[in-house]
Design a protein around this ligand. Structure first.
Ligand code: HEM
Length: 537
């Protein structure tokens, strides 16, 4: 048999043995021992049982048996690529972050795009939010913008995230539907969660069926904080604007694509980069200060709201180019670990209660997903700047301290004493003053759930509005419980009368329900349980 210029032998059963030599490496065990026969296990006699002492066989099967790691609890299906970010101008007026100090400065990045609800093997062109997570390997450590392609979110407080995701994923008794917003549990939760209405309009728009990852915007969603060298703070919302433009597919196209090629989006990105057609996004920032923030009639700490670009224009500060596919999907795309808590000096959080919860969640979930506290040792997660700390041991430790000192303060000299603090260059949290009683609050500045949903709907073209009505009708028609359909129409009446009535007609509701109660209870209303029960009744 001719396989190139390799020497091939035939075994006694006719099986092929491709052999090494002539520049072809020798197959070894994981311990490096050369393997003589990878086609037949060791047996007692030609027809006898396989022997336990076959170390090569046992090692090979053992390793295979453990190939799977848990998929991400959300955003399980994703696709990653490498590239760089280039700053257009110094931003030292607003931040001391090193990557924004010099015009033309390039920073390596790794990006992972994803769907949210579907499992790892689900189809790409599902109607779903897309994750847009960027890791910047800066000279002062890794900074992650863990964003989405939609600028707002379903919920205001991270304590509701498990409920949202449980409702969106497969129903627990039947294990379906997968990656579909079209089911009772999802719309039951949404219809009982008025704060989700703005997001509900966005997800029923064309934005959740993008033509490819290359034609989507990205958003950091939360209000973050930039801090300059003098300690002055500026609020910021992050935006990624695709230079390719913004494009979506039609719903009937999405259905066909998912059937014909469930890998449509990942194939598109792979092919574009391999062909040298590198996709680019510009990074934009909406910058404003505390006084300006107080003038809005919504709260900038509420992740269900955007800041209209007419009120705070987006300042374009740099561009990102994706120019290299991964060498190995598992090593890079699957094992990459993004975290909203990965910040560098000059960038900080705000008190957005959704962001605060995320800051706990990512590290926690990655321990169970990647199996060890040492996942920062993996090349895709390791900083590309020098790093020195006293963390040690644990499963799979690659970077243990190599000198005598593994604690500080210590009295050893610079050769063995290890790294020291840097009060000037080190990360410092913005010293925001907090003096308030503890309590399980929902601020009454978070209570207008319909104005921005209406604003978004009215900003759409007539065709786009039709698509929104069609999407609501299609998705809600899959909901079996009539009361849930009616509850959603009751919410839509607070957004737009025509939209609500079109959907009601599409669903063949017998009567138009009363609009949902738009006057949300304030914190003061909720202070006693007696009042709470009155409101709920
Ligand atoms: C994963 C975005 C809210 C928990 C992700 C990923 C993105 C993302 C892009 C995928 C990361 C990757 O590609 O590896 C967002 C955005 C949110 C949001 C934009 C709201 C504005 C939350 C909240 C929680 C949460 C509130 C929990 C309190 C998680 C978890 C993962 C994840 C556990 C899996 C991470 C992993 O296994 O590596 N999120 N998320 N997210 N998110 Fe969020």
């Amino acid at each position: 048999i001719d396989i190139g210029d390799q020497k091939v032998l035939r075994g006694t059963g006719g099986e092929l043995h491709q052999t090494s030599g002539k520049g072809v490496e020798t197959l070894t065990t994981a311990q490096g021992a050369p393997v003589s026969d990878d086609q037949n296990s060791l047996k007692a006699g030609a027809r006898g049982p396989t022997l336990l002492e076959d170390q090569h066989f046992r090692e090979k099967i053992f390793h295979f048996d453990h190939e799977r790691i848990p998929e991400r609890v959300v955003h399980a299906r994703g696709f990653g690529a490498h590239g760089y970010f280039e700053a257009y101008e110094p931003l030292s007026d607003v931040t001391r972050a090193d990557l924004f100090q010099r015009k033309g400065e390039k920073t390596e990045v790794f990006v992972r795009f994803s769907t949210v609800a579907g499992n790892k093997g689900s189809a790409d062109v599902a109607r779903d939010v897309r994750g847009f997570a960027v890791k910047f390997y800066t000279k002062e450590g890794n900074w992650d913008i863990v964003g989405n392609n939609i600028p707002v979110f379903f919920i205001q407080d991270a304590i509701k995230f498990p409920d949202l995701i449980h409702a969106a994923k497969q129903e627990p008794d039947r294990g379906f539907p997968q990656a579909q917003t079209a089911h009772d549990n999802f719309w039951d939760f949404i219809s009982l969660t008025p704060e989700a209405m703005n997001m509900a309009l966005w997800i029923m728009s064309d934005r959740t069926i993008p033509r490819s990852f290359r034609f989507m915007e990205g958003f950091g969603v939360h209000t973050f904080r930039l801090v300059n060298a003098k300690g002055k703070s500026t609020f910021v919302k992050f935006h990624w604007k695709p230079k390719q433009g913004l494009q979506s597919v039609m719903w009937n196209e999405a259905l066909k694509l998912n059937g014909a090629d469930p890998d449509f989006h990942r194939r598109d990105l792979w092919n574009a980069i391999q062909a040298g057609d590198y996709p680019e996004w510009e990074l934009g920032m909406q910058l404003f200060d505390e006084d300006f923030a107080d003038k809005f009639d919504f709260d900038v700490l509420d992740a269900t709201k955007i800041i209209p670009e007419e009120e705070v224009p987006v300042r374009i500060v740099g561009k990102m180019v994706l120019n290299r596919v991964v060498d190995n999907f598992f090593a890079e795309t699957e094992q990459v670990a993004f975290h909203t808590g990965n910040l560098v000096p000059g960038i900080d959080f705000t008190n957005d209660p959704l962001l605060q919860g995320r800051n706990f969640s990512y590290l926690d979930t990655q321990l169970s997903r990647l199996g060890s506290t040492n996942f920062t040792h993996l090349p895709v997660n390791a900083p590309r700047c020098p790093f020195h700390h006293f963390q040690q041991d644990g499963h799979m430790a690659f970077h243990n301290p190599t000198t005598r000192a593994n604690y500080e303060p210590n009295s050893w000299g610079p050769d063995i004493g290890g790294p020291r603090e840097d009060p000037d260059k080190g990360f410092t949290s913005y010293p925001e003053e907090i003096d308030a009683p503890k309590g399980r609050y929902r601020s009454d500045t978070f209570s207008d759930h319909y104005s921005q949903a209406r604003q978004f709907y009215l900003s759409q073209t007539d065709t786009e509005k039709d698509h929104i009505a069609d999407a609501f009708t299609f998705e809600l028609s899959k909901v079996e419980t009539l009361a849930i359909r009616e509850r959603m129409v009751a919410h839509l009446l607070n957004v737009d009368d025509d939209l609500a009535k079109t959907v009601a007609k599409g669903l063949r509701l017998k009567a138009i329900p009363k609009p949902a109660n738009a006057a949300m209870p304030t914190r003061q209303d909720l202070e006693t349980s007696a009042k709470l029960s009155i409101i709920l009744n």
